[in-house]
Write a protein that binds this ligand. Structure first.
Ligand code: SAH
Length: 402
């Protein structure tokens, strides 16, 4: 089964480099090419090499250019001093290094920052914006990035779901969030790493935009790209089983699974994709995922704490039984409210009890500290500016077997 095969490139966006498209066809298709130029944030090393080779240039130029962009923070070809002037000029005719346009910036009392960023506009379509959140901590800086404008998963406790699905983000749009944030935060892109961790926990279901997300991850991990460590890039999924299998073979990152309930009756209600990939199948996929990994690898199960819904000690015991034997951790997320939400956050003592039941059964459990809620930047509060008139949601989206 695939969701995403139909969503993928559904708006005529550039196929990612990994999908094997030639640089020329990318040029023809790319929405970033309003002036006929490819936005380089969208090409991983393989794609950029191919683009240079298509120009009759040596592929190693890709390495040089990526170092300028991702290790020096340069977005101007003229500054790339180890590349001859003539080639720089040819590059400027074909390529552009274009960060997203800032719509608004908000800074929380706790230092969390939220940016609303405009996406590339497709002619005739409404303007779309997404949200990116930076969470500073004592010894790390986490950037929470979006992978889709809106979301079709329709989880009942998530505000992104309310606006429906607008479109997949391109690889360029996904990657440019990280570059933009680093630049805005004053990173020198070299020594001091302002952004040490990247999590796909912003708007959207990353595995429903599979090819673009994988290409973006390659750029995040590449030594010529952002050079992030594989344990510091986390893909969070609501449980698109076939893509979890593919992910394991394609890139090495940390995986988080939004479980939220230990049985089908409850999970069907909270995470509707469960009707397609029920808990037992999801657990099998988690086991297959871990099978191919070293023993240090964990899956993090996210579990939103909803008052009186999924927070009883009985459910904690059921959860412990379900994931017992897996190399896993549980991350309890106190529910973050939003207008029209039909849930309340569990009380602190209920969360503490739930956590204690899990721990007493040997399950590594942490409780996520709520950050940035005063600026609606906390988990599940991101809405962006998704003008989806159709309110496309799960069920409306063609799903086909691959
Ligand atoms: N689509 C991805 C990323 C979602 S956001 C996924 O489902 O994993 C990251 C986490 O925040 C997910 O676990 C999501 O279920 C959770 N979340 C969503 N809405 C929330 C809310 N209102 N309060 C707390 N957590 C929420």
């Amino acid at each position: 089964m695939t969701i995403g095969a139909d969503l993928q490139d559904g708006d005529g966006h550039a196929p990612s480099a990994s999908s094997g498209a030639s640089a020329e066809s990318m040029l023809a298709l790319s929405p970033a090419s309003s002036a006929g130029r490819i936005n380089l944030f969208g090409l991983d090393r393989q794609g950029l090499r191919a683009a240079f080779e298509a120009m009759g240039e040596s592929g190693y130029r890709a390495d040089q250019v990526m170092l300028w962009i991702y290790r020096r923070g340069v977005d101007d070809f003229a500054a790339m001093s180890n590349i001859g002037k003539a080639l720089r000029q040819r590059m400027a005719e074909r390529f552009v290094i274009r960060p997203p346009e800032l719509v608004t910036e908000q800074v929380s009392a706790d230092g969390t920052r939220k940016w609303v960023l405009k996406l590339d506009q497709t002619e005739g379509k409404p303007e779309t914006a997404i949200e990116t959140v930076y969470i500073p901590e004592t010894n790390r800086g986490t950037l929470c990035i979006s992978s889709q404008a809106g979301c079709a998963m329709d989880c009942s406790f998530c505000s992104t779901a309310q606006g429906g699905f607008s479109r997949n983000m391109t690889t360029a749009e996904i990657v440019a969030q990280v570059w933009f944030a680093a630049k805005t935060l004053g990173s020198d892109f070299q020594n001091e790493r302002v952004i040490s961790n990247v999590v796909f926990m912003g708007m959207g279901e990353p595995l429903a935009n599979y090819a673009n997300v994988v290409s973006a991850i390659r750029i995040l991990l590449d030594d010529f790209g952002f050079g992030l460590s594989k344990r510091r890039v986390t893909v969070s999924t609501s449980g698109l089983v076939p893509f979890m299998d593919r992910l394991a073979g394609d890139v090495d990152t940390a995986l988080a699974v939004s479980l939220h309930a230990p049985n089908d009756a409850l999970r069907n209600e909270l995470v509707p994709i469960n009707r397609k990939y029920p808990v037992a199948e999801l657990m099998d996929a988690c086991r297959r995922y871990l099978d191919g990994k070293d023993r240090k690898t964990h899956i993090v199960f996210e579990y939103v704490m909803l008052d009186g819904v999924n927070d009883s000690p009985e459910l904690a015991r059921e959860l412990a039984r379900l994931i017992g034997g897996l190399s896993a951790k549980v991350n309890l997320i106190p529910f973050n409210p939003f207008p029209q939400a039909r849930y309340k956050r569990s009380r602190p003592e209920t969360i503490a009890k739930f956590s204690e039941v899990l721990r007493s059964r040997g399950v590594l459990t942490t409780t996520r500290r709520t950050r940035g809620d005063d600026i609606d930047a906390a988990c599940g509060q991101l809405v962006g500016k998704v003008q989806s008139r159709q309110k496309q949601r799960l069920g409306d989206i063609p799903v086909r077997v691959q």
